[in-house]
Design a protein around this ligand. Structure first.
Ligand code: ATP
Ligand code: MG
Length: 367
């Protein structure tokens, strides 16, 4: 199942423009992306990865299959969303379902694009959204505290007490206007809040949507946003969503290349976005490379070989015996699998092997 990222932000900041850029680009240039619309606001898009095409060049398979992530265009949130303002509950519900957030922030001036929040200010814009998400999280946490507090009292349940402590910490953190992802909860503490599906714990990537003159350099607004992103340890990328959408609309590859040259772009900014989203989700890619197909598969960093095999088929995990592994660099360097083997570059790994990003894998299994 593809991992899901949601595009979040205030109204009219360029979220749908970005979503359309991704989806149109995908439709227009089949060789580069595929995009499949699930509903008007959701789609699956390929993760651009040159390694896949490098592998295809030497293997010459019938089919090349990139790995994909799901992107959701969520409607704009307004102040008061956590209290149901502007269909807030519905949209916050949409955010609850995603694995990661792409937060688009307006960093362009344009009198023609309506704005209700006064002068352009990416920092306060971001804060409005953060606050709504935090308030919603606070509501969830407080509800659980009420429930647990009773358990901790009545039965004197020591586990409930530990959970209560964690929840109280999360609560006071949120009350300080901070996002739970910055609290630095350790793995053992996470089960206490896992059932709450908190919004502000989700990894977040900021998109500074700038005007055309600033698309390579950024501007004073994106600098303001960068500063707060840095404070959070979050990543921010500079994009001009309009230009991205225009590139996407060009169907002819030469037109596209010319347009990008005019704007001194070496690749669509969307590639950067998708790569960053992938990184944000803490994902890694391994490849399978046969004459039938060369394919990229998504796993989480740190997964062991049997779990990695399960994304191909659950039987692969159950019946896992061993994996033949060649690193991407070796696979390219020695060109054929036989040559890799001869050079001692084909490793046989067992159940405990932690798959590396770029590994070219062949699983042996029993069914
Ligand atoms: N970088 C940019 N420079 C100038 N105009 C832009 C830029 N990005 C988007 N726009 C324009 O801003 C307007 C709003 O964009 P869009 O519809 O994508 O916003 P949205 O965030 O999806 O809004 P909503 O929350 O209402 O769905 C559009 O007219 C779009 O063309
Ligand atoms: Mg929109």
């Amino acid at each position: 199942m593809a991992l899901k990222t949601g595009i979040v932000g205030l109204p009219n900041v360029g979220k749908s423009t970005l979503f359309n850029a991704v989806s149109t680009s995908a439709k227009a240039q089949a060789s580069n992306y595929r995009f499949c619309t699930i509903d008007p606001n959701t789609g699956l898009v390929d993760v651009p990865d040159n390694r896949l095409y490098q592998l295809a060049e030497i293997v010459k398979p019938n089919k090349v299959v990139p790995t994909q992530i799901e992107i959701v265009d969520i409607a704009g949130l307004v102040k008061g969303a956590s209290k149901g303002e502007g269909l807030g509950n519905k949209f916050l519900g949409n955010i609850r379902e995603v694995d990661a957030i792409i937060h688009v922030v307006r960093c362009f001036e344009d009198e023609n694009v309506l704005r209700e929040e006064g002068a352009i200010n990416p920092v306060s814009d971001k804060e409005i959204i953060d606050t709504e998400l935090q308030l919603k999280d606070l509501e969830s946490v407080e509800k659980k505290i009420q429930k647990i507090a009773k358990q901790a009292r009545v039965g004197g349940d020591p586990l409930a007490k530990i959970e209560l402590d964690i929840l109280e910490r999360v609560k006071s953190w949120l009350e300080q206007g901070k996002n739970v992802r910055q609290l630095g909860l350790v793995k053992e503490e996470l089960p206490a809040i896992a059932d709450l599906f908190l919004l502000t714990i989700k990894p977040t990537l900021y998109v500074a949507n700038v005007d055309e003159p600033s698309m390579h350099t950024g501007n004073k607004y994106s600098e303001m946003l960068q500063k707060v992103a840095d404070e959070e340890g979050a990543e921010m990328i500079i994009l001009n969503n309009s230009i991205e959408a225009q590139i996407a609309e060009l169907e002819d590859a030469d037109d596209k290349a010319m347009f990008m040259e005019e704007y001194k772009m070496t690749e669509p900014g969307l590639n950067r976005l998708l790569r960053s989203a992938y990184k944000l989700l803490n994902l890694a890619t391994y490849f399978t490379a046969g004459v039938q197909e060369v394919r990229a598969w998504t796993i989480e960093k740190g997964w062991k070989a049997p779990q990695a095999a399960s994304v191909i088929h659950t039987d692969f995990e159950k019946g896992f015996i061993k994996a033949e592994v060649i690193s991407f660099d070796d696979r390219i360097k020695y060109v054929t699998e036989a040559a890799c083997k001869e050079a001692g570059r084909l490793r046989i790994e067992g159940k405990e092997y932690i798959v590396n990003d770029g590994d070219v894998m062949h699983f042996r299994f029993n069914v």
